[in-house]
Structures are given as structure tokens and as C-alpha cells.
Design a protein around this ligand. Structure first.
Ligand SMILES: [Zn+2]
Length: 438
């Protein structure tokens, strides 16, 4: 006897072969997928469970994986506009310093993670000032999170020094190393805000625990000029010189990289988290996704924070990731919808070291799945489910979200947290957020 059956749906599994099951039935037990069959097959007809949900006219697929976010920055959405990264960051840090405490970080994290969750994202990699508060928010919402020790050499939030960051990172690693929902990471802000020695200190901790390492890299031309000026090398060469590349390293952005650097990342198995919306809006540029794919780099997708891209929409991110390279290269056959769908699912799981558990609908994997409404004007007719998901789907199409076999979003609403109260608390805080830059 299974716990749950989801039946009568179109299943897009996102497995290695992009398998699609029309009129399928999926069984779940103890938070795991136990079977995925055709409803009318012998195996399908024999499936029995305590609870059965018929989702006729809907599409079921794995939860999306957002590999670069700053959920807590949702408090500041729309506050700093019309500036490129470096001057923009100066303003962002002033506002963050004035507003962020552990409590407001929790509030912002609920806001940002809930926006991800109701849009079908079940796992987020997040870099923010008080990672324990982001963990609390993710646990309360019922989603998975990769986060952990931050490193930052300039005066940051809470006036912490490098030694404080090291201690916090060590404690975080030790606390969460066995967790199935929190994936510990070391997240130094970037090579222009963290010294080479301090980057190495962070990497040593991540190596000791076999944890992830993620940082902003090669986002703007100004960053490249700055690092070249300081260290005589471009950003990726600088990271390589300090042994910071590798299959547990996820580099966010990589907009300005040359062919040698692309090869360095490919040879070392380094992952790139591509954030097209944020890169466009901050005027940073367009990452050479097609070239990176051709070199064999594993690419994942991120929304970045809502203060740079102004929303946390992985569907828009997918559409941009698939379309921008075509426009730039004036070729419609580069970067396929299948490749992009994998960036948002299976590649994300692999990047987080969770491919045995997450990223596709396959027996034995965790039952992290989302249900999308297909009874909408933009979904009829639907000749190809994968191009529909990448080019036509909106976040508002997501009706229900399950993590570990448990429902966490119902009819587009996060059900484990009082979102009305969350929004009210954010509204109450808004005047002081606005005043922080006046
Ligand atoms: Zn970022």
C-alpha cells in the first residue's frame, strides 16, 4: 500500500532521456517516488494508496531548483533602480545595514522563498547574511535549501570579522551535514569583496566537510578590471590559481569569460549558475551559454535576488536562457528547450550533489513535484510539453507543490506559513526600508 497516488496527469520526468508519460500514475511512499507508470498498464492498475489525487488536465514534473538566490533581499525589491552592479551594490549595502536583523532576515527569507515555492521551486541555493534564519524560513515553508557560511571582508551586517565567519561556517557545517533538506555550503560573496586568503579559508572548510562552495564570479567588466588590477589575473584564472574551481564549486554569473577560462571551468567540472534576468537588468551583459555548453560545462539556473532582477521567476529565467543565445548568435538551433529544462531540474540537483534524490521524477527519488494547470489559453493546443514548459509556461500556472511527498502549496498558496501575516509584517516594515536610503 502506497501513501499517495497522483493519477490522470501528463508526467514530464526530466530524467536523462527526457521521458514523458502521457496519462500516467505516480505512487509515493515515505516521501519517495515508488512507481511511475501508464494508468492503463497492468502495473499502473495495480497501484493502491491511502490517498489518490486525480489531476486530469494537469502536468506533473519535478520541483525546479534555483541555484542562485538572495531570498532575504526581497524586502528591498524596487528600492535601487537604474544603476550598474558596483554603484547598485553600494546602495544595497546601505539599505541592508539599516534594516537587517535576524528577525527581518527571517521575514525577508520567508517572502523570497515563498515566492520561489509557489512558482514551483522546491530547492533553492541561497547566499545571505544570517543563513540560520534562511534555514528557519525554508523549514517553516517546507522546502529544501542549500546555504551556509558567508564570507565578506568589508564591514557587513552584524559587524562580524573573518574569524566570526569561520566559526559560523564551521558550526553550520557540523549542524547540517547529515540533513536531507538542508545542503551545507560555503558562500563567500566574491573575489572583489573577499581576499584570496579568506576565500581559501572558506574552501578549506567546504573541502573538510565535502560541502558545496559558491561565489559570484565574472559578473561585470568592472569586476574583471578590478581583479586584473589587484592580482594580475582575470577572475576565473584568479579562482583557479587559488584552487577554488572543481565539481563542488558553483560560480554565479560567469558573464565575462574567455575561451581559456571556459576550458578551465569545463576541465575542472566547475558548475555555472546562469542568472540571465539579473545580468540584463543590471546591464552586466549576456553570459556565453552556448559556448559554455559546447565546452561541456554543467549549467544551472538562478534568479539572483529580487533586488536585482525584481522577481524570482524560474520560468522567465528558463525562457531567457533558451532565447538569449539564439538572439546573440543569430541562430535558432542553439541551446535547446530540453537543455534548458535540465538546467532548471536535473543539472541543479547534480550541482548540489543531490542527483540521486532530486531533479527528476524517477522511482527511489524524493517526491518533490509540482502540478501545473494546462487548462489555460496559452496551453491549448500543446504539441510539445517541453517547449511549452520553457517558452510558454508562467509561474501562475503552478497550482500545487509537494516536497518529500507532502503538499506545501495548494491552489497557488503556500499553506504551511501564514502568508497574510507575513505580507502585513513586510508592509509594516516598508516605510523604514524606504527611509533607509533617504
Ligand atoms: Zn547574487
Amino acid at each position: 500500500m502506497h501513501d499517495l497516488l497522483i493519477k490522470d496527469a501528463l508526467f514530464v520526468t526530466c530524467d536523462q532521456n527526457h521521458k514523458i508519460v502521457y496519462d500516467g500514475i505516480m505512487a509515493v511512499k515515505n516521501g519517495r517516488i515508488t512507481a511511475l507508470e501508464q494508468s492503463e498498464s497492468d502495473a499502473g492498475r495495480q497501484l493502491k494508496a491511502h490517498q489518490t489525487l486525480s489531476v486530469k488536465g494537469r502536468l506533473v514534473m519535478p520541483g525546479l531548483i534555483n541555484t542562485h538566490c538572495h531570498a532575504g533581499d526581497s524586502l528591498f525589491r524596487g528600492l535601487v533602480e537604474g544603476l550598474t552592479l558596483e554603484s547598485w551594490l553600494g546602495q544595497v549595502w546601505i539599505a541592508e545595514k539599516a534594516i537587517l536583523t535576524k528577525e527581518t532576515t527571517y521575514l525577508g527569507s520567508v517572502l523570497g522563498l515563498a515566492e520561489n515555492l509557489v512558482a514551483g521551486v522546491t530547492t533553492v541555493m541561497d547566499m545571505f547574511w544570517y543563513p540560520n534564519e534562511t534555514v528557519r524560513a525554508a523549514n517553516d515553508l517546507g522546502m529544501r535549501l542549500s546555504t551556509g557560511g558567508i564570507f565578506f571582508d568589508l564591514p557587513g551586517i552584524g559587524d562580524r570579522l573573518h574569524l566570526n565567519y569561520i566559526k559560523e561556517a564551521e558550526t553550520f557545517m557540523a549542524t547540517h551535514q547529515e540533513s536531507e533538506s538542508i545542503f551545507p555550503a560555503i558562500l563567500p560573496h566574491g573575489s572583489y569583496t573577499v581576499s584570496p586568503k579568506h576565500l581559501e579559508d572558506g574552501k578549506a572548510i567546504s573541502d573538510r566537510y565535502g560541502a558545496l562552495f559558491s561565489t559570484h564570479a565574472a559578473e561585470t567588466q568592472a569586476e574583471q578590471a578590478d581583479i586584473l588590477n589587484r592580482y594580475g589575473k582575470s577572475v576565473i584564472r584568479h579562482l583557479q590559481a587559488h584552487d577554488l574551481l572543481g565539481p563542488r564549486s558553483i560560480l554565479a554569473h560567469c558573464v565575462h569569460v574567455d575561451t581559456t577560462e571556459i576550458k578551465m571551468m569545463a576541465d575542472s567540472g566547475t558548475i555555472v549558475a546562469h542568472n540571465p534576468m539579473s545580468n540584463l537588468k543590471l546591464g552586466s551583459g549576456i553570459a556565453p551559454v552556448s559556448e559554455m555548453l559546447e565546452a561541456g560545462i554543467k549549467i544551472t539556473l538562478g534568479t539572483d535576488g529580487a533586488i536585482s532582477g525584481n522577481d524570482l521567476d524560474m520560468w522567465l529565467t528558463m525562457r531567457l536562457a533558451a532565447s538569449l543565445p539564439k538572439g546573440v548568435m543569430m541562430r535558432a538551433d542553439v541551446v535547446t528547450a530540453k537543455q534548458v529544462l535540465h538546467m532548471a531540474t536535473l543539472n541543479g540537483a547534480e550541482a548540489l550533489g543531490q542527483s540521486k534524490n532530486l531533479g527528476s521524477l524517477e522511482p527511489s527519488k524524493a517526491a518533490d513535484f509540482i502540478v501545473l494547470d494546462l487548462n489555460s489559453i496559452h496551453a491549448v493546443p500543446m504539441f510539445d510539453a517541453i517547449t511549452h514548459l520553457v517558452y510558454s509556461t508562467s509561474k501562475s500556472d503552478v497550482c500545487d507543490v509537494f516536497v518529500d511527498g507532502k503538499q506545501v502549496v495548494h491552489d497557488g498558496k503556500a499553506i504551511k506559513v501564514n502568508m497574510d501575516q507575513t505580507l502585513e509584517n513586510v508592509r509594516t516594515l516598508a516605510p523604514s526600508i524606504k527611509a533607509s536610503l533617504e
